[in-house]
Design a protein around this ligand. Structure first.
Ligand code: ADP
Ligand code: MG
Length: 321
């Protein structure tokens, strides 16, 4: 059975690139960068809460880093470093090798260096922290939305939740739709390039992890404004267009979570810039609503006739029962 230090040495130690000192000492050492702030974020994946026992280790390695990089994307920060705190019930080397493959696959794709962490025996729990760099005054904060701004969404929401509905037996997906939704759930791709391109364009941004309504609600709350979303304008994937259960489709798109798309606000005068970003990056950016005066934090969803819709689901609460 591998010891803690054999695990760290075999699976998580790599030569440093940008860092001055990486894995192996009491602390890693990184140099401040000229004209940049460090953006720091932590996200944890807990067995039984965020993933099921027996989940694919490579996909977990990917997702544990992806959800963190998504926070950097939402801040407009360029990824630099990560740390990894890992609690494992046993030193299963097959699991560790797969996990490391998934983790470093994504880390290499986005130029992230693993510079430290912690490894201990315990109920399976994966906590990643990331550090990114963003020029001062260009960070995409949640509190910058202004009355009259437009609300935008990258890609579309609901596919990951649709995959969960399939796994729970609520619907049956097949073929390409199933593969697409499962990939969206297990191996999300953080919107890093979009976050960088939106510097100086978006007035506020957030990544959609807990459900669209809940997450734009955070922008509304922090910005002291209300947000109105137009349901008919929400983009739908092919899988969601094909979903016969409209109630389920609505729940997935508005409250599903695990989307890791970016929702952001921008002044209407910036519309051409947003459209240019979409064209340049080859992604769909859709105007889905607007920022209005009103009860800070309030999000309303309107139907095609402009009527406020009653929602059955509000989003994912990690502390809920
Ligand atoms: P300490 O006792 O000082 O906390 P550890 O013995 O926990 O140090 O870790 C030894 C070194 O290995 C440290 O540099 C730590 O950052 C690194 N490390 C531990 N676990 C991991 C991991 N899962 N991934 C990357 N680095 C790790
Ligand atoms: Mg330690």
């Amino acid at each position: 059975m591998a010891t803690e230090f054999e695990i760290i040495g075999r699976y998580f130690t790599r030569p440093v690139k940008r860092a001055l000192l990486g894995v192996g000492d009491d602390c890693a050492l990184i140099a401040p960068e000229p004209d940049a702030l460090f953006a720091l974020s932590t996200d944890m994946l807990v067995e039984g809460r965020h993933f099921l026992a027996g989940a694919d280790a490579a996909k977990l390695g990917h997702k544990a880093l992806a959800v963190n990089l998504s926070d950097l994307a939402a801040m407009g920060a360029a990824p630099r470093y990560a740390t990894l705190a890992l609690a494992l019930p046993e030193a299963d080397e097959t699991w560790l090798a797969q996990f490391a493959r998934g983790f470093f696959g994504l880390a290499d794709a986005f130029g992230v260096e693993l510079i430290g962490g912690d490894t201990t025996r315990g109920p399976r729990n994966i906590s990643v922290s990331v550090i990114g760099a963003v020029p001062p005054h260009l960070a995409l904060r949640r509190d910058g939305a202004k009355i009259g701004d437009e609300v935008w969404l990258s890609g579309c929401t609901g596919d990951a939740a649709l995959a969960l509905a399939h796994l729970d037996g609520r619907i049956r997906l097949v073929d390409a739709a199933l593969a697409h939704c499962l990939a969206r759930l297990h191996t999300p791709v953080p919107c890093i390039a979009l976050g960088l391109a939106l510097r100086g364009i978006a007035s506020a941004a957030i990544d959609v992890s807990d459900g669209l309504v809940a997450d734009v609600g955070h922008i509304a709350e922090r910005s002291g404004v209300a947000i109105e979303l137009r349901y008919a304008e929400l983009p739908r994937s092919r899988a969601l267009k094909a979903c016969a259960d409209e109630q389920l489709a609505q729940e997935c798109m508005l409250a599903g979570g695990d989307d890791y798309e970016l929702a952001f606000t921008a002044n209407p005068a910036a519309r051409a810039k947003v459209t240019a970003v979409a064209a340049e990056l080859g992604l769909a950016l859709t105007r889905i609503g607007s920022v209005s005066a009103g009860g800070p934090g309030l999000v309303s969803v309107h139907d095609a006739a402009g009527k406020i819709m009653q929602l059955a689901h509000k989003g994912f609460d990690h502390f809920g029962g």
